[in-house]
Design a protein around this ligand. Structure first.
Ligand SMILES: Nc1ncnc2c1ncn2[C@@H]1O[C@H](COP(=O)(O)OP(=O)(O)OP(=O)(O)O)[C@@H](O)[C@H]1O
Length: 265
């Protein structure tokens, strides 16, 4: 029986919470990809979501943003139930998904404008915001190029522009720095930090612990579909680095030099 949106299970809304997840579940066949996740993301935080490959990060974020229906559990964004009132919830969130196809036969400018129009804004506003975002993301000269001809990093940046064009209160970014060059990554970090200073909330999933430690103020570690640690970055890492703490929590470190046939001396 589906446990989604059982009214009695909804948590009371705390105005200081941007995203609230309760007892979230999703299985693919016999595989429990998300196995009872609870998470509260404070409003105004820069929140990192980390975990090994296959831990359930993308599945969790997809369900949290209305892209994938949970088998059970509740998600609310600023107090709005994502699965009961998806339009209101989605108007508050900007999503950068890992691996979701874009309309790549549009130019970069057309794509961002289209995202703005889809969110309900008038064309002059969409045009102005698109120009602002392309400038911010250093894509001004590429606005007339088809997205299919963009590099992986440029595609990431134009997808980020699409996620931001409707001025969401919450940005949920799955691997935003993958394939992005160091200068662009630093620019994106500055843009996201400015978004948080301006009162927004950012959630990023990443495998780069050093980046999460430097950039985020909060972090949750997910493994095997469950949260094994969450809180401020300083609380979670304690006296060690986030990377060491991550390995300690998640395990799986293999010590060895590999098979003999790979050794040349
Ligand atoms: N559409 C799907 N069909 C079947 N299994 C899936 C599907 N999507 C995810 N899974 C499985 O669910 C588990 C969690 O996957 P998910 O993509 O959420 O992990 P992740 O933490 O984002 O991993 P990565 O860091 O490698 O991107 C994995 O075992 C994956 O194989």
């Amino acid at each position: 029986m589906s446990r989604v949106n059982a009214a009695s299970e909804l948590p009371p809304h705390d105005p200081g919470t941007a995203l609230s997840i309760r007892n979230l579940h999703k299985s693919f066949g016999s595989k429990a990809a998300v196995d009872g996740i609870d998470l509260d993301v404070p409003s105004g935080s820069f929140y990192g979501l980390v975990g090994p490959n296959g831990a359930g990060k993308t599945t969790t974020l997809s369900m949290a943003t209305g892209l994938l229906r949970p088998d059970g559990g509740q998600v609310s964004i600023h107090g709005v139930d994502v699965w009961r009132d998806p339009i209101a919830a989605k108007s508050m969130v900007g999503v950068l998904s890992d691996g979701v196809r874009l309309f790549d036969r549009l130019t970069g400018t057309q794509l961002v404008e289209y995202a703005g129009l889809l969110s309900g804004m008038d064309r002059p506003t969409a045009t102005q915001r698109t120009a602002d975002l392309l400038k911010l993301l250093d894509l001004e000269k590429d606005g007339g190029t088809l997205v299919v001809d963009y590099s992986a990093g440029m595609t990431k940046k134009i997808a980020l522009a699409c996620a931001m064009v409707h001025a969401p209160r919450l940005l949920v970014l799955d691997e935003p720095f993958e394939s992005v060059d160091p200068v662009s990554a630093a620019n994106i970090r500055d843009i996201l930090a400015g978004f948080v200073r301006g009162g927004g909330t950012v959630i990023v999933s990443s495998h780069v612990m050093d980046l999460v430690q430097r950039m985020c103020d909060h972090v949750a570690v997910i493994t095997a579909g469950r949260v094994v640690a969450s809180g401020t970055v300083d609380d979670v890492r304690g006296a060690s680095t986030l990377e060491d703490r991550f390995v300690e929590l998640v395990g799986g470190r293999r010590v060895g030099e590999g098979p003999e046939w790979l050794q040349h001396s």
